[in-house]
Design a binder for this molecule. Structure first.
Ligand SMILES: [Zn+2]
Length: 453
């Protein structure tokens, strides 16, 4: 059977059989390091994977794999918004959509997002070429996917022991498959509620009246307890998508005044670019973020914070600067912080924060696809400056397991390159390189985000 016609599940039945990385380093040392790194069962710090049953109910459509992150590079290249929406419409023939996709793919095909996509197609579907014929082949194989394919891809092919799964939509907390996942949950909507409507929703999910600042705090505490009951191991914040990461300590009285303004607001204000910098209720938000961190300390929960570039195509970059967190980190020495995405493009700031503060960790989730070259430089610089027990080496940050697989391969390959170069420069012995790889890919994240039971 030719590799192109090999079915997805047949490929899965022979783990790693077709998983051959391109020659990114040619020496025996690199190959030996990569071989050893391939055998490390990763602990993945961050995923957005949709439930397997939801995936199996979604259209069996190769453009699903374009829709997460890669689409943003196509838009960046010039793909019009209306065409981007058409790519995601599985009702439109594959041929029509491929014709819309192809010119933008040509110019985006060397980015990290594109590489994760190509690796997924090549290793999991045996499709070497991004072409209409290749997409048709992928679609045929997607039609055969059955329950259990998450385990095949994540465990058997990507060699991921387990992942920290993010909640996306603030829905009811549901315990995910405990074999594959532990849970991160977000509470940003308690920190920065936008109108009375949000307060009503909090009352519905917690059963606590939210008519005062005190009520808001009690509802947040209850919500944290509800999430602990379904296995939350870390709090996550993506508030840098909405506002600045600088949380200026605000008094109870100022926060309570802002709460009353909020409670009188029936509807949220119209969204727009001004919202990123114009925060009339900032005293409430700042106060509540510090309260959230106090609760994290009480429950001994680490806090994952999005820092650096936001996903999508038109966000307010300066809000996400890691050093904006400095005062907050100083005020909460008992809270372990996990700074996401190594703060790209401000990786130096994350390195400096991890170097200064014992409770700050630097997390490479999303980083190996954001820019593989930048992530390699970041790791090399970090190992020069930061004790390696502070580094979290991989988080896939994807909605679809195939892309998590592609990203995990890129992480292993690039980590092998960085460590190999350090061995060649006589900074490390090969045994040291393996100790570091084992720590950053498995031991450190397992310590910060333990899987219990
Ligand atoms: Zn994410």
């Amino acid at each position: 059977m030719s590799i192109e016609r090999r079915s997805f599940l047949a490929a899965c039945a022979a783990p790693l059989a077709v998983s051959r990385v391109r020659a990114q380093g040619s020496g025996a040392l690199y190959r030996s390091l990569l071989h050893a790194i391939d055998r490390i069962a990763l602990v993945d710090t961050h995923e957005h994977l949709i439930a397997e049953k939801d995936r199996l109910n979604a259209p069996r459509d190769p453009f699903l794999l374009v829709s997460h992150y890669l689409i943003n590079d196509l838009v960046s290249a010039g793909l019009p918004g209306a065409d981007a929406a058409r790519l995601n419409d599985a009702g439109i023939p594959l041929e029509t959509r491929f014709a819309l996709f192809e010119p933008w793919w040509r110019v985006a095909r060397f980015t990290g997002y594109a590489e994760a996509f190509r690796i997924a197609l090549r290793d999991l579907y045996g499709v070497e070429e991004v072409s209409l014929r290749g997409f048709e082949n992928v679609q045929e194989q997607m039609l055969k996917l059955r329950t259990g394919f998450y385990k095949l891809v994540l465990r058997d092919r990507a060699n991921i022991a387990y992942s920290v799964l993010d909640d996306y939509w603030n829905g009811e907390p549901v315990r995910p498959d405990p074999d594959l996942f532990v849970l991160a949950r977000k509470f940003d909507w308690f920190v920065a509620p936008r109108s009375r409507r949000d307060l009503t929703r909090m009352e519905e999910v917690t059963g606590i009246a939210v008519t005062t600042l005190e009520g808001l705090k009690r509802a947040l505490e209850k919500r944290i307890e509800q999430n602990l009951a379904v296995g939350m191991v870390t709090i996550k914040s993506t508030i840098a998508y909405q506002r600045s990461l600088e949380f200026i300590p605000a008094s109870e009285a100022d926060a309570a005044r802002a709460f009353q303004v909020l409670a009188a607001r029936e509807d949220p204000p119209p969204s727009g670019p001004r919202e990123a910098v114009d925060r009339p209720l900032r005293a409430l938000e700042d106060h509540m973020f510090h309260h959230l961190l106090d609760l994290a300390a009480q429950h001994r929960l680490p806090v994952q914070v999005h820092t650096g570039i936001q996903a999508g195509n038109a966000n307010h970059l300066p809000n996400s600067r890691p050093s904006l967190l400095t005062q907050t980190i100083r005020m909460h020495p008992a809270v372990p912080f996990d700074l996401f995405h190594v703060g790209y493009p401000w990786t130096g700031e994350v390195i400096a924060l991890a170097k200064m503060f014992p409770q700050v960790h630097a997390d490479f989730c999303w980083a190996w696809v954001l820019s593989p070259a930048h992530a390699r430089r970041a790791l090399a610089e970090m190992l020069d400056a930061v004790p390696f027990n502070k580094i979290m080496g991989f988080g896939g940050d994807y909605r679809y397991v195939e892309l998590t697989y592609g990203h995990a391969r890129m992480a292993r390959v690039n980590i092998a390159r960085v460590l190999g170069e350090m061995v060649e420069a006589h900074i490390l012995l090969e045994a040291d390189a393996l100790e570091i790889a084992e720590a950053i890919l498995a031991k450190n994240p397992a310590r910060l985000f333990p899987k219990r039971g």
